[in-house]
Design a protein around this ligand. Structure first.
Ligand SMILES: Cc1ncc(COP(=O)(O)O)c(C=O)c1O
Length: 361
């Protein structure tokens, strides 16, 4: 036996680790976690019952085709069943999207800063990540993204609203962009936070995909639907893309618990969306109060707000922790703060106010 290690792919060497939002410590530590864009509400009663019933069959593999869920989604979005593919969270589906389009020598274009999984899953595929800086207003620079597309580009992510800034791409700009992207490049509209959008100018990706074979919409049950722990998301795309996604899925990756809870969540949609309305109202309150305190807060259409803090980022995050809430710092840039239960939001607002007073002194 020699002492050499198994040969691993060299592209893995410089892949950044995914940094999960820090948990609330409990005890004397911070009581509330505002660091992962989770939904603060527990699942609705019907959802819990479906999941518990499915737990009775944990000795069985789940339905590979997620038949019941796919049927419910097809009806909900008025799309053919063949245009749907489910996965282990929308990040799982995003990774499959790279598997079906990109390899070494190819390029993947996305805005930066954006969802931190994009650089990771792009590099795992072996393709080169082409990161196009956000504009000064923290928005996608669609013209620069168009200019970054080459004959090697295979996939473009548009995160709408963008994580972590909450900013959006509006209809006219997105349509103009889609009309100009070469038709053999897949454009992924990542709409993880779609249900929180209240700006009527923001298009529904599902309407845009209908007559565009190179557009794929990503959605998740993790955010508005509150099922982050069950790992279930899906794509809506034309047949060749959706079929390729189904081919690359980890067999039985989406548990029956997840499938049945998702179906029950769709059935309980009006009650769920009332909760989303409450979070949207809290979002307006938080953004309004922060601006009144003197912060610059970009207009957000997601379940979080973004505060640009530059070199003060970690200091601010530590001050929030001392007050009892964990936020998500991006070193040297800013913090993303999830809209949560009122009590947690109040703690955050008062920590932000104290910090601001110190700064303005
Ligand atoms: C923009 C965006 N897309 C996708 C996801 C992945 O969510 P999930 O894998 O839980 O569906 C997230 C989660 O934070 C996100 O912010």
């Amino acid at each position: 036996m020699s002492g050499t290690n198994p040969r691993l792919r060299a592209v893995l060497d410089d892949i950044p680790a995914y940094v999960p939002g820090k948990a609330a410590a409990g005890g004397n530590g911070p009581a509330f976690k505002l660091s992962s864009n989770e939904n603060p509400y527990p699942p609705l009663p019907g959802v819990m019952e479906s999941a518990l019933a499915a737990a009775g069959s944990l000795n069985r593999y789940p339905d590979l085709a997620a038949t019941g869920l796919v049927q419910a989604l097809a009806e909900r979005f008025a799309v053919p069943v063949s245009h749907l593919a489910t996965g282990t969270g929308s990040v799982g589906v995003a990774q499959q999207l790279l598997q079906i389009t990109a390899q070494a020598g190819d390029e993947v274009v996305y805005a930066w800063r954006s969802f931190e999984a994009y650089p990771i899953i792009t590099r795992i595929s072996g393709a080169k990540a082409v990161e196009v800086p956000l504009t000064g207003d923290e928005e996608h620079d669609l013209d620069a993204m168009l200019a970054a597309i080459t004959e090697r580009t295979r996939l473009v992510f548009v995160c709408n609203p963008n994580n972590p800034t909450g900013t959006v791409v509006r209809k006219a700009a997105l349509e103009r962009f889609l009309d100009r992207v070469p038709s053999d490049v897949l454009v992924v509209l990542d709409e993880a936070y779609r249900e929180f959008i209240r700006d009527p100018e923001v298009p529904d990706g599902v309407e845009l995909y209908r007559d565009r074979p190179n557009v794929c919409v990503l959605r998740t049950f993790s955010k508005a639907y509150g099922l982050a722990g069950l790992r279930i998301g899906f794509a809506i795309a034309h047949e060749p893309v959706a079929a390729a996604l189904r081919k690359t899925a980890v067999p039985f990756g989406v548990s029956q618990l997840a499938q049945d809870a998702a179906v029950a969540s769709l059935a309980a949609e009006s009650a769920l969306l009332e909760r989303v309305d409450a979070l949207v109202a809290e979002r307006a309150r938080i953004a309004g109060e922060l601006r009144a305190q003197g912060w610059t807060v970009p207009e957000t259409q997601a379940n979080f707000v973004w505060l640009w803090l530059g070199e003060r980022t970690l200091d601010f995050a530590a001050a929030c922790e001392r007050a009892g809430v964990v936020v998500r710092p991006f070193v040297g840039e800013g913090v993303r703060v999830t809209v949560a239960e009122t009590e947690a939001n109040d703690i955050f607002l008062s920590a932000a106010a104290s910090y601001r007073k110190e700064l303005d002194r």
